[in-house]
Write a protein that binds this ligand. Structure first.
Ligand code: DLL
Length: 436
């Protein structure tokens, strides 16, 4: 085992496989009983499969259980999936989504404690501890980022600066004046903050950050390197979704080889999104979670629409928790351009791998004469913005060729001036699809 960061809960995070499976099985049995007895929606779904409480005793039987989808959450808006009376619900979060009703999530006091525990484990994984000062620049509100990180950071005894998102100048002032050692926000906002240090005339030496906890949107390893360079820090990936709990479903350790899933609370599966068949470890597919310990709103085989793969090989950090690879993207963000499946993260890898481009880009998709077209708008970095048409043309051609060789499709590349693409303070909006 590597001697490094503290393992917050070694009993759970380093449990043997059999011990973990036994624990998951017990929790699953109890969860199904709660769901069956308190939620008509689940009772109906379980009965349709011929399942009664007590029938499910082991995680091996997960495959027998029905799936839950985002549509199910919307159909049961706002509280019909709660397994506890509303008087036991101490917090409600909601995720806005782009269309229709928001998805609502409720938490009992114990759920809030579980959430703080998994975020505390996550921060410890990144070597963060009491004595650190964490600037939480995720949005505070119905979005789970701000309050999720906040409670976990307080649990480990760190000092929290709850800046929420936005107001970049104030963020930088607090970061330097209060000696923040950790920044938590979306990777796109981190990139913007990093660039703003120099623009605001701040001496980078006065920035004391040493780690970043970034997530809530897909980001490539190339983007990670850019952010690490901008701040001179180590950047860690935190994953989560409000329906399951919020941030802290999985987190990267110091080995940075995938995110460890807190599987004592959230049992993962990978399925083929078309056939719904369970796929073996190592295969890419849709991530599904069963939240065995949650009280207010447990979820049975919830389809996240996130695409990734699982790995159970031993990790050098000593944790035995299964790992998920960095998310490739969401099934609903996958663009089908002239029949080819394209994930924005693939294009990001190409762009961020080049030193001339900045971490700000947009993908514009149109349909012209029944043919899909992809335009990639990318900002050139300040130091590479040139008056020479020839130099810019060389960069443009290079991006075009690299995208063609990675994806097999041609894209129009439009180089735009530094600072011309709108910056995001939360999740970046990178796709403009005029076909919809
Ligand atoms: O984004 C929770 C969160 C807050 C996670 C802060 C990490 C940090 P939602 O708004 O419900 O919750 O969005 C969940 O965001 O299904 C993924 O598609 C995406 N996502 C979250 N974390 C990552 C990540 C929060 N690290 C949806 N990498 C999820 C890639 C991520 N995608």
């Amino acid at each position: 085992m590597r001697q490094g960061n503290t393992i917050w809960n070694p009993e759970r995070e380093c449990a043997g496989r059999e011990e973990m499976r036994r624990w998951q099985g017990q929790q699953l049995t109890a969860m199904i009983e709660r769901m069956y007895n308190h939620v008509p929606f689940y009772k109906k779904k379980l009965r349709e499969k011929g399942i009664e409480p007590g029938d499910i005793r082991s995680v091996d039987q997960l495959e027998l259980l029905p799936f839950t989808t985002k549509e199910d959450l919307r159909d049961n808006y706002p509280f019909a999936l709660f397994t506890v009376p509303q008087s036991d619900v101490v917090r409600i979060h909601a995720s806005s989504g782009t269309t229709g009703k928001p998805t609502v999530v409720g938490y009992t006091r114990k759920d809030i404690e579980t959430w703080a525990e998994v975020v505390a484990r996550s921060l410890a994984m990144a070597g963060i501890h009491r004595g650190d000062t964490i600037q939480v620049a995720y949005g505070y509100g119905p979005f789970t980022g701000g309050l999720g990180l906040h409670y976990g950071a307080e649990k480990i005894g760190a000092t929290v600066i709850p800046t929420s998102s936005g107001n970049t100048r104030k963020q930088l002032q607090f970061m330097t004046d209060f000696n923040a050692t950790v920044l938590a926000c979306t990777p796109s906002y981190a990139a913007h903050l990093g660039e703003s240090i120099r623009k605001e005339g701040i001496d980078p030496e006065t920035v004391k950050l040493r780690a970043g906890v970034f997530g809530a949107e897909p980001w490539s390893d190339e983007m990670r390197r850019q952010i690490e360079k901008l701040f001179n820090i180590r950047a860690y990936d935190i994953y989560g979704l409000s329906e399951v709990i919020g941030p802290g479903v999985s987190m990267e350790c110091e080995c940075q080889c995938g995110n460890h899933i807190f599987e004592d609370h959230f049992i993962p599966e990978i399925i083929d999104p078309d056939t719904l068949e369970v796929l073996p470890d190592g295969a890419i597919g849709e991530l599904v979670f069963t939240t065995v310990s949650k009280e207010a709103m447990p979820l049975l085989r919830y389809r996240t629409r996130d695409l990734t793969r699982l790995c159970r090989e031993k990790c050098d950090c000593g944790r035995t928790l299964v790992r998920m690879e960095k998310c490739l993207g969401r099934t609903d963000d996958m663009l089908i351009i002239r029949g080819v499946n394209v994930f924005p993260s693939q294009i990001e890898s190409v762009l961020m791998d080049m030193s001339e481009t900045s971490p700000h880009y947009q993908l514009i998709i149109r349909r012209e004469n029944n043919l899909d077209t992809l335009e990639v708008r990318v900002e050139i970095s300040e130091q590479n913005w040139s008056d020479s048409i020839r130099e810019l043309e060389t960069i443009r051609r290079c991006i075009m060729q690299n995208i063609k060789s990675m994806l097999g499709i041609s894209a129009t590349i439009k180089l735009v001036e530094p600072n011309s693409i709108q910056r995001s303070e939360g999740k970046a909006q990178r796709i403009i699809d005029y076909r919809q």
